[in-house]
Design a protein around this ligand. Structure first.
Ligand code: GLP
Length: 247
């Protein structure tokens, strides 16, 4: 195994976690104006985006040369659907800062030929990559992006059927009675592991077991996030609740 440069930054609570994680993205953008940022969606990273938008408003951040690659998108939701990840990114970050829309990339969940779309997304990642800083949240079942627990790690972009726990967890974002998509296109493990740095943001007791498995457990595809233990430059920013079981 290579030299493990994992760093764990302990935050008091969600707000503190968001501030600390945002400051790392901020520093990355100051160090390299034309950074390629790998971005994530979900509840955890919302506070981070809010802070980045504030910093932009204050004139501290410039997104004009930044390029972004998102981890995933639901299959079957068009970009304007309020629960699509394209919509989430537009609303929570892209439309609030001076990023060029053409420099923001997500898989297209409406592609007629999903296999082709996966290949095309890998090609986009190849052209833009390696990712300078990959932001990640963590699923309650240890997933990263939509790389769900499995018997092997999937290197490339692929269509993934979502686990029942994930569908249940994500149903909170959907309207009552509205169906949560059963599958998604997700970036594979390879570009995540090839990114120059990974920033894993974790908050809350409901993530504590998953975070322990990621940080203290063996590397196994049944906990996809555990592969991050092998990354050469992993930064974990987690609050005390999420860290409660970590040794
Ligand atoms: C979602 C996303 C992941 C995200 C994770 C945690 O399903 N596909 O990229 O990191 O699950 O989400 P949350 O932060 O809402 O708990």
């Amino acid at each position: 195994m290579g030299v493990n440069k994992m760093r764990i930054i302990r935050a008091r609570d969600y707000k503190d976690m968001s501030e600390k994680a945002a400051s790392i993205i901020w520093a990355q953008m100051l160090l390299k104006k034309n950074s390629v940022l790998g971005l994530a969606t979900g509840g955890t990273v919302l506070g981070i985006y809010e802070i980045l938008c504030e910093k932009y408003k204050e004139g501290e951040l410039d997104f004009s040369s930044v390029k972004t690659l998102n981890l995933d998108e639901y299959v079957g939701l068009e970009g304007r659907h309020p629960q699509s990840y394209r919509h989430y990114m537009d609303k929570n970050l892209f439309e609030k800062v001076n990023i060029l829309k053409n420099n923001t990339f997500l898989p297209n969940g409406l592609a007629e030929d999903l296999k082709r779309e996966c290949k095309d997304y890998d090609e986009t990642i190849r052209q833009l990559g390696p990712i300078d800083l990959q932001l990640l949240g963590l699923g309650r079942n240890g997933h990263i992006g939509f790389n769900e627990p499995d018997d092997h790690f999937e290197d490339n972009t692929h269509v993934r059927r979502l686990n029942e726990t994930t569908i249940k967890d994500n149903s909170r974002f959907f309207e009552m009675g509205e169906e949560v998509p059963k599958s998604a296109i997700t970036m594979g493990i390879k570009p995540i592991m090839e990114s120059k740095a990974v920033l894993l943001a974790v908050s809350g007791v409901e993530k504590a077991k998953a975070l322990k498995a990621v940080l203290n457990g063996p590397v196994t595809p049944s906990v996809p996030g555990s592969i991050l233990g092998k990354h050469e430059n992993l930064i974990v920013v987690a609050d005390l609740d999420a860290l409660m079981h970590v040794e």
